[in-house]
Design a protein around this ligand. Structure first.
Ligand code: CUA
Length: 329
């Protein structure tokens, strides 16, 4: 049966506690509409044929009305609509009421990346959550309206500048799922796409797709250098991914929304309204903390500040990484 339903309206797989209720309500309304469509159009066609005008036959006078019939075709659909309302309202209240013990994650949306901040201080460009645990997102935007949407969770909520908005969900199985921005937010709106990684709570749940438990992931996310196991440049590459920098900056010298990380370190670059400035450690640091202080000529001042989010040592890693990818000479 569900295969048949999927043929008609293919949905992504369900992976939250309320996904099934959302889909069931959708299918209920879908089939109710289908039944009434066939019933009404069928009767209409049937009556058109049966009571069509016939040459030489006078139509009988039609009765003025039929009270029982009219009451039933008003009251019965009324109950149906109330039933749909009660079902929808119930699910909606559930979706809008996070449990008190929910795990809280801060979400920052900006043109055009997502950033997820954890209670431990870890930050990432992908949303990592533990399976079977209620998770609450506290969301804010640095610029325009974005909207966070995880189809598999059947969860969607606008992220509005100047206020916090929230949503919650509880994933029922581990894996990787799409996370979109679903509010048109400018040129690179379609690039605001990332993943939700639902981690198992213990080693037994580890799969090929998700190879770390939530705690293991967290330990690495809190320390990109992994306690000295990684070089500063490798740690910098990790930080660049955590903060979604590569949405706007390339590492191969090509121009994206922002200038490339490659090919400019140690060289003079053109700054709008300032002139030539050498791209060195201080320039990178300033550009991360005060992106609009020195904007490269030919680019719009669109980058959000990472002040307060990117720790000093992480900035050092990023500098090391940028240095490491320059052309050797
Ligand atoms: Cu952010 Cu569309």
């Amino acid at each position: 049966m569900s295969d048949l339903l999927n043929l008609i309206t293919p949905f992504p797989e369900q992976n939250s506690t309320f996904a099934e209720s959302v889909d069931s309500l959708y299918y209920f309304i879908f089939w109710l509409s289908a039944v009434f469509f066939v019933l009404i159009i069928g009767l209409m066609v049937y009556f058109m044929m049966k009571y069509r005008r016939v040459e030489g036959q006078e139509p009988e006078k039609s009765p003025s009305h039929n009270t029982p019939l009219e009451v039933s075709w008003s009251v019965l659909p009324g109950f149906l609509v109330l039933f749909i309302f009660a079902w929808g309202f119930n699910t909606y209240v559930d979706m809008r009421t996070p449990p008190n013990d929910a795990y809280e994650i801060n979400v920052t949306a900006s043109m055009w990346s997502w950033q997820f901040g954890y209670p431990t201080g870890a930050v990432d460009g992908e949303l990592h959550i533990p399976v079977g645990t209620p998770v609450k997102l506290i969301m804010q935007s640095k610029d325009v309206i974005h909207s966070l949407y995880v189809p598999a969770f059947r969860a969607k909520q606008d992220v509005v500048p100047g206020r916090y908005s929230g949503m919650w969900f509880e994933a029922t199985k581990t894996g990787k799922f799409d996370l979109f921005c679903t509010e048109y937010c400018g040129q690179k709106h379609s690039d605001m796409i990332t993943k939700v990684v639902v981690h198992p709570l213990n080693k037994e749940g580890v799969t090929e797709e998700v190879s770390q438990t939530f705690d293991e992931w967290m330990e690495i996310a809190m320390d990109p250098a992994e306690g000295g196991k990684k070089t500063p440049a490798e740690a910098g590459q990790k930080v660049v991914g955590m903060f979604g920098c590569l949405q706007c900056h390339s590492v191969d010298g090509s121009k994206k929304v922002g200038p490339s990380f490659k090919g400019f370190f140690g060289k003079e670059v053109d700054i709008t309204g300032v002139g030539k400035v050498k791209m060195d450690e201080n320039y990178i640091r300033e550009s991360i903390l005060e992106p609009n202080a020195k904007v490269r000529a030919g680019f719009d001042p669109k980058m959000p500040s990472f002040k307060g989010n990117m720790k000093d040592e992480w900035i050092d890693y990023v500098i090391a990484y940028i240095k490491s990818i320059q052309d050797e000479k």
